[in-house]
Design a protein around this ligand. Structure first.
Ligand code: 5GP
Ligand code: ZN
Length: 112
């Protein structure tokens, strides 16, 4: 997708603070962090949203990648939250599938 910001980040055309890359996945720091650790995990190929993700194995890989990011950024033991916003009511603003990995502080429940 030529006009997708996360496709551009995946291609290295837009700079980002890369946390981890490989196996068709990429993790990079969120531009506006909502927690001390706030990393976005994306598939490097364009998928607009969870509704468009027809490949269940890709979703499994994405979630496993997020778990590795949590381990490698040091938040796994104390705890962390994985968020997947879908479409406007779900709070999605970038229409390239992504997981938020949030940690480094206690999370509140319920989310807003
Ligand atoms: P959403 O609201 O779609 O679930 O999350 C989109 C996230 O992408 C937001 O947390 C926002 O801060 C982040 N974001 C938007 N544009 C950029 C960018 O160009 N670079 C990075 N690193 N993060 C971005
Ligand atoms: Zn994209």
């Amino acid at each position: 997708m030529s006009n997708c910001i996360f496709c551009k980040i995946a291609a290295g055309e837009v700079p980002s603070q890369v946390v981890k890359k490989g196996d068709g996945m990429m993790a990079f720091k969120d531009l506006t962090p909502q927690a001390p650790t706030h990393v976005l995990v994306i598939p490097t190929t364009h998928v607009a949203s969870l509704n468009d993700a027809k490949d269940a194995s890709l979703l499994g890989k994405l979630l496993a990648f997020a778990r590795e990011v949590a381990l490698e950024t040091g938040v796994a033991t104390k705890g962390y939250r994985v968020v997947l916003n879908t479409n406007p009511d779900g709070g999605q603003t970038v229409f390239h599938l992504h997981l938020h990995v949030l940690g480094g502080r206690p999370m509140k429940w319920p989310p807003g």
